[in-house]
Design a protein. Structure first.
Length: 305
């Protein structure tokens, strides 16, 4: 197998087809329909050296990379329910779950929607048995939890799985949806409460969830967890860039105010750019989801959910 990232927002993976194996055309066609947010396209490619399945994956990050950050309850449930809904799609279309690459190493995520891109092998051959329960448990084990609400949610899921002699995919999916609905109701009650909070405000106290920067060179996910978040070479920066001399010591600050995120360039030597346009030093510019930000020649993508 050979894989290559053709652009920041699309990945390409290729899997060699063994000699004598046939492509299941019906399964290939059904997979290439958009379903559950999955917009990955699989094609059969041939050259002098090999015949292969090639997957064009519209996503921002490998899921394995995304799981390095701490997840909040809503993010965790959204990702899990999205995966489960896609598994149900395969079952409803009589497509064996054994042919899915149920491994976070081969899953990708679109940050703006949290849609997961799964890959399916439409080949007429026998594959190893797929254990969905085991995959879910492994997936949970890789999650880093942002707070106790997420931990408590996971405990409920594990207790649910332990209480069932036989795993039913659709039943479990509806249970996950019920937890999402419960969370929405709790959030609504919380927003309607007029009780003051004694905690020190952070980014998560605003109407919008925590915004992130994705460093394009490394695919690193950077949470903007303070209302004033400095990026630069300086050791006291909230995010320090030590491997790029063109970035200034105190290059730019990202500020959260009233649910919006703004960026301000601190008269840096090599400037700050938003979607390719130079911004004036010490003037704040409001950011929108999916904006591209360049500090000197260091590129980031802004993401908020």
């Amino acid at each position: 197998m050979a894989g290559a990232n053709t652009s920041y927002d699309e990945f390409t993976l290729r899997f060699r087809i063994d000699e004598g194996d046939e492509v299941a055309q019906r399964e290939l066609t059904i997979f290439n329909y958009e379903f559950g947010g999955n917009r990955t396209i699989c094609t059969v490619v041939e050259d002098e050296e090999e015949r292969a399945l090639q997957f064009s994956i519209p996503a921002t990050l490998p899921l394995e990379q995304f799981l390095r950050k701490q997840l909040y309850k809503g993010e965790f449930l959204s990702i899990l329910s999205n995966i489960l809904s896609q598994l149900i799609y395969f079952e409803e279309n009589q497509m064996s779950l054994n042919k899915l690459l149920l491994n976070v190493h081969y899953m990708y995520i679109e940050l703006s929607t949290l849609d997961i891109q799964l890959m399916y092998m439409p080949i007429l051959k026998k594959f190893s048995d797929c254990n969905v329960t085991e995959f879910i448990q492994n997936f949970i084990s890789k999650v880093r939890f942002a707070n106790m609400a997420c931990v408590e949610c996971v405990e409920k899921l594990l207790k649910y799985l332990d209480s069932k002699l036989m795993f039913d995919l659709e039943e479990f999916y509806h249970y996950v949806l019920s937890l999402e609905e419960e969370m929405i109701q709790e959030d609504t009650i919380g927003k309607n409460s007029s009780e003051p909070s004694s905690e020190t405000p952070t980014a998560s106290d605003y109407n919008n969830p925590i915004p992130y920067l994705v460093r394009i060179k490394t695919n690193e996910l950077i949470a903007i967890i303070k209302t004033e978040f400095l990026i630069g070479k300086s050791p006291d920066a909230d995010y320090q860039i030590v491997d790029n001399r063109r970035v200034s010591r105190r290059h730019a600050t990202f500020r959260i105010s009233n649910g919006e995120c703004y960026v301000r360039d601190h008269n840096s030597t090599n400037h700050t750019f938003i979607n390719g346009k130079l911004i004036q030093p010490e003037f704040e510019i409001r950011l929108s989801n999916d904006d591209y930000i360049r500090l000197a020649d260091e590129e980031f993508k802004f993401w908020i959910r």
